[in-house]
Design a protein around this ligand. Structure first.
Ligand code: PHE
Length: 460
């Protein structure tokens, strides 16, 4: 029998494991946040630094989360309670579940915008139209008192639908369906975008590092992005790994997920920058890049070819939507698994509780772009506050605790047995891997914290 315990559910295949975990990793973080950060961080130099952090921090944390999840076979909080009963390590799990609720709430707001833009492009409002003021369109939509809330609710319902169907019939099945579709759309869009006149400038921006652009902020941005993009530090992958079978190769799977996520991020760069440069728009447009700049690009470059513009813009927003959905289900699952196991509720009830809580929190975040613009806590609106707390605090702190837990507290033999599937496979790089988990990742993360905390303290 598969050892994922039938009652808890399990992933039915190695492909399912990799596609579901890669689905969690590949998301708005790759297609929306990565190009934005690359644009602000000066292109290729940022990308090089980002690669370094993936290798040195995110991959060791991901492998540590897999070890915790599969050895405990429990939700993010239950796992720490099982492996370290009565010890304060459970704080890492509690932070993870809290972060899960917060990240899903604000992520769904942006995903809701994506859903709106998908509908708009489907009805022909985006591609091939000329000279609309897209910034005004975007601002009017996000600050509308109820429209974005409706789209937020619709997106959360989609997420709810997949999660409430369970691991194999819900998460695994839909990941297997959506991820290949997502790759196909990406490849199509890259081809489209590379054929645009003037695309070469965009390619140069992505490939030629200019080290003068590297500032401490760029380095911090790259670190945050490496955490967010690989979904590490908040027990998401602890939860997924609790459904892995005993045959799942933890190190191999983590390497595949990191490779897929990085590839998708870079390919998204290849979709966006050649397009942006080809119409001469500045690449550092910030978060509006995919909702303001790109519609502009679609309009300018396809005004002569409305059909091509229609297809390009529709495919792009469908891609963004699929990517958002495969990630949001993993955030939802952190919370659903916890509520279902801790309070002994059925999956459907647990999922409904999570959806309702996130809908309420999500409304706060959505309204912070409109009617509640002036409501701030610590100088930030709800959306910003949630994003800041999750990416700048909960994720790095969670990552730090997780690597310390696996590197220093868990029994070394247990860790090695997990990594080698009870000695049935050999891991050639075991020593360097353990060194990354014990030293490099925790020390590195501590450095981020020092950098984050000081400016914060100076502000207050
Ligand atoms: N990795 C996802 C993305 O790139 C975001 C995410 C964060 C998913 C945390 C799950 C947990 O969009």
């Amino acid at each position: 029998m598969k050892s994922g315990s039938a009652a808890r559910g399990f992933f039915g295949s190695q492909l399912g494991v990799v596609l579901a975990s890669a689905g969690s990793a590949v998301g708005l973080g790759n297609i929306w946040r990565f190009p934005t950060e690359v644009g602000k961080g000066g292109g290729a130099a940022f990308i090089l630094i980002y690669f370094g952090f993936i290798l040195l921090f995110s991959m060791p944390i991901m492998i540590s989360e897999f070890v915790i999840g599969r050895s405990a076979r429990s939700n993010a909080i239950g796992a720490f309670q099982k492996l370290a009963p009565g010890k304060p390590w459970v704080a890492a799990g509690i932070m993870g579940v809290l972060a899960g609720f917060h990240v899903l709430s604000y992520y769904s707001v942006v995903a809701g915008w994506t859903l709106y833009y998908t509908v708009q492009s489907a009805i022909g409002q985006l591609g091939g139209q000329s000279s609309t003021d897209f910034a005004a369109v975007f601002n009017a939509f996000v600050s509308h008192p109820w429209q974005p809330v409706v789209y937020l609710a619709l997106f959360l319902l989609l997420t709810h639908f997949v999660v409430s169907r369970g691991i194999e019939r819900g998460i695994e099945r839909y990941s297997k369906l959506m991820m290949p579709l997502l790759f196909m759309i990406i490849v199509l869009l890259v081809c489209f975008s590379l054929m645009m006149p003037g695309a070469a400038d965009g390619i140069r921006f992505l490939l030629k590092p200019d080290l003068n652009e590297v500032t401490p902020d760029v380095i911090l941005g790259a670190m945050g992005q490496a955490f967010f993009s690989l979904s590490v530090g908040i027990g998401c992958l602890v939860t997924y790994a609790s459904y892995f079978s005993n045959e799942t190769r933890l190190v191999g799977s983590a390497m595949s997920v990191c490779a897929i996520d990085t590839l998708v991020a870079v390919l998204s760069g290849f979709i966006i920058f050649p397009t942006v440069f080809s119409v001469g728009i500045s690449p550092d447009a910030g978060p509006g890049l995919v909702f303001i700049t790109l519609p502009n690009v679609f309009a300018l470059s396809f005004s002569e070819m409305p059909v091509a513009g229609y297809i390009f813009s529709l495919l792009f927003y469908v891609l963004l939507l699929l990517a958002a959905l495969t990630s949001s289900i993993s955030m939802h699952e952190i919370c659903t698994a916890f509520i279902s196991e801790h309070f002994n509720k059925g999956r459907r009830t647990a999922a409904a509780i999570v959806t309702i809580i996130c809908l309420m929190l999500g409304c706060f975040c959505s309204l912070s772009f409109g009617p509640w613009k002036d409501v701030t806590i610590l100088g930030r609106g709800f959306f910003d506050l949630f994003d800041y707390t999750v990416t700048k605090f909960l994720m790095p702190l969670g990552g730090l605790l997780i690597t310390l837990f696996v590197g220093w507290w868990l029994d070394r033999e247990l860790v090695e047995r997990q990594l080698t599937n009870d000695g049935s496979i050999s891991i050639r790089a075991m020593k360097p891997l353990l060194f990354l988990i014990r030293w490099v990742a925790p020390v590195g993360i501590l450095l981020i914290f020092l950098n984050e905390l000081f400016p914060l303290f100076m502000k207050s």
